[in-house]
Design a protein around this ligand. Structure first.
Ligand SMILES: [Zn+2]
Length: 361
């Protein structure tokens, strides 16, 4: 059972609280991506100390490695990865299909090759939700069919048909489950996908198949369609969207939940998120910059270290550079969501968003 309370509204932006299995998270919520149960370079308790209340792991990757039985023996996913707060799991449908097996999608399910021994594994929507449930996830995501962008109308239509059919079968398993709409950037198909999912009825409603190369304004239009069709009293989640400006634009369109590897992946590649925009830490000009990564940030990387030092760590391939950059980027994202919630509470989200976007070059 998932509870979702909307506490405040400001335009279409909302402050809420999602509650599941006795655990709570405030929305708008950003979830770091722990595909294999790890945030890379950080221990999971470090993210909890930053304030994070939810992460998303990937059922497909965990099935491949270390395997369901190992995680079950380890006490279930919360204990195994030491994350006591909310864990969402993604079905892994996106990865299975991206691995190039889309010819093996049928009404029945997906066939994909195991990463470990090359064997063909069949996965039905029911088996997928049972896998997420057996891992011990608090919230499962439906198995969906996300075609690549651009896709022709027939492919999009087929993806909507299959996604709706699978969604019903996922629902019938009876777990805390969010559905995922498809339809690419086709207005009618996107609206139909959302409507069919609403008719089935879910605990939460995600939007999939976006942020995969389509123009931003098309993506925002799809969010407007989802906002129209999806029920106002349920959490809405856009999958895989992580740039700060995109997140704020989505919050202003009624989206509550986000996940992305954007802050952690960028950190490992030396891209620092700051209130003035992205900063490439390896830039030679930072050698003599003894200020913090971001003057307005209070994270341990900004409180204790300079741009010059972190530039030196990156240029010397020291692992602590990746760690400090990750600590900062995840702290930055946490603060972005916290500031958004405060702005919504005070009824000034639009002006907060405009001023953030203006400064973030
Ligand atoms: Zn910082």
């Amino acid at each position: 059972m998932i509870n979702f309370d909307i506490k405040e509204e400001d335009g279409r932006a909302r402050n809420g609280c999602i509650e599941v299995n006795g655990k709570k998270a405030l929305t708008p919520l950003f979830m770091p991506v722990a595909t294999r149960g790890s945030l890379r370079t950080l221990s999971n308790e470090e993210a909890i100390e930053m304030g994070y209340e939810a992460i998303i792991a990937n059922a497909y990757h965990l099935l491949m490695k270390p395997g369901l039985e190992v995680i079950k023996k380890g006490g279930g996913i919360h204990r195994y990865i030491n994350w006591p707060s909310i864990i969402f799991t993604d079905s892994g449908g996106f990865q299975m299909i991206r691995a190039g097996f889309d010819q093996d999608i049928s009404l029945e399910g997906v066939n994909f090759k195991s990463e470990t021994d090359g064997k063909v594994i069949k996965m039905t929507p029911e088996e997928n939700i049972n896998l997420q449930k057996d891992l011990g996830a608090d919230i499962s995501m439906c198995l969906d069919f996300c075609p690549p962008h651009p896709a022709d109308k027939d492919t999009l239509q087929r993806s909507v048909d299959i996604t709706s059919l699978w969604a019903q079968r996922c629902k019938d398993v009876g777990h805390n489950t969010f559905c995922i709409s498809q339809g690419g950037i086709d207005d009618q198909l996107r609206a139909r996908s959302c409507r069919e999912l609403v008719e089935i009825g879910f605990d939460g409603y995600a939007i999939g198949g976006l942020s995969i190369g389509e123009p931003k304004k098309e993506m925002y239009r799809m969010l407007d369609i989802a906002d129209e069709v999806y029920p106002k009293d349920k959490p809405r989640y856009i999958m895989g969207l992580g740039s700060p400006v995109d997140i704020l634009e989505s919050v202003s369109r009624g989206i509550d939940i986000f996940d992305s590897a954007y802050p952690t992946r960028n950190a490992r590649h030396g891209t620092i998120l700051t209130s003035q925009g992205r900063l490439s830490i390896e830039n030679g000009s930072l050698k003599d910059d003894h200020g913090p990564l971001d003057g307005s940030c209070r994270c341990p990387a900004c409180e204790n270290y300079s741009r010059s030092y972190i530039n030196h760590l990156f240029r010397s391939n020291e692992l602590s550079g990746l760690r400090l950059a990750t600590i900062h980027n995840l702290s930055f994202m946490y603060r972005l969501m916290e500031d958004s919630r405060t702005a919504i509470k005070e009824g000034r989200f639009e002006s907060y968003k405009e001023s953030f976007v203006n400064d973030y070059k």
